[in-house]
Design a protein around this ligand. Sequence first.
Ligand code: NDP
Length: 327
Amino acid sequence: MEIRVLRGPDVRSLLPMAECVELMHKTMSAVSEGRVVLPLRSVLVMPGELGMMGNMPGYLGEPECFGVKLVSLIPGNKPPHYSSHLGLVLLFEVEHGQPVALLDAAEITAIRTAAASGLATRLLAEPDASDLAILGAGEQARSHLDAMLTVRRLRRIRVWARDSSKAADFARSEGSRHGVTIEVAATPRAAVLNADIICTVTKAREPILLGEWLAPGAHLNVVGSSIATAAEIDTPAVVKSRFFVDYRGSTVNEGGEYLRALKAGAITPDHILGEIGEVANGSKVGRVSPGDVTLYKSLGIAPQDLASAHYVLQKARAAGVGQVIDF
Ligand code: NDP
């Protein structure tokens, strides 16, 4: 039995953002068409403030494979030394059920999450949306900048972080990496003023973004709050949005903003207009008018990891990348 081991730099070089956005288009359509088996992830919460381990299994019908992502989430971990999600994706082939690849989960998570937001932005934002606000300055902020530059022609980019020196570092390093100017905003409100695209990619547990600040026509990717008890945006922001999700089953269990708004009686379950895969395959309408505020709630699902892992493995085999271990 041979297992190909693919490290972070291998994943990064074999999974460019533009290719991953296309991959997410196919994958999220497959999710919404039921061509996956997707149990809810389980989370092991360790005692005290130690952190969590997420267990995300799944099966994909096309390309046919199955597997699991196992990641730790340790609160004190900070990039660049430690990613917020450390772990592995283990991919199996279906004929004999043999494991065929072991891949760095941090890099896959960073790229596939942003690529899915890129897909949502391509489908839901105004075609000429060009003013981007990013709230947060960590790993997902970096990959989301990459994704937003991939799907829209941006003329203005603002970043806000609770530590302004980290926002300034982000603006400098990412600005020079992409050859763009990034402004540092002093407050979340200043960052999103008249923004067309907003990505919330923080670890905030309480809202940092208020609905009253949103300009007509804005599109939001709400990504950071990926557990039921966290909400990066307030209930009025949820209420005023055309609300789309990655996977309905996850949102009704773990979508912090959705659950808060529901509990407050501000929305009913039919506030979820659809999954992004339904917009991708044309069975649901995303934006109806230029003044709509659209929202994509991302929680992250195993098919995104498996599709990415499978894609990277095929390219790695063709290019002879990675280390093959004989078991
Ligand atoms: P990083 O640790 O790299 O970055 C986290 C960012 O959030 C930093 O800018 C950090 O600031 C900021 N932050 C932390 N606490 C707060 C707070 N209370 N208020 C405002 N900002 C805060 O993490 P990632 O970029 O990898 O992940 C960001 C979030 O996205 C996490 O919550 C993660 O769980 C989630 N995530 C969601 C995925 C999905 O599929 N939806 C996939 C992967 C991640 P500072 O540096 O000052 O601490």
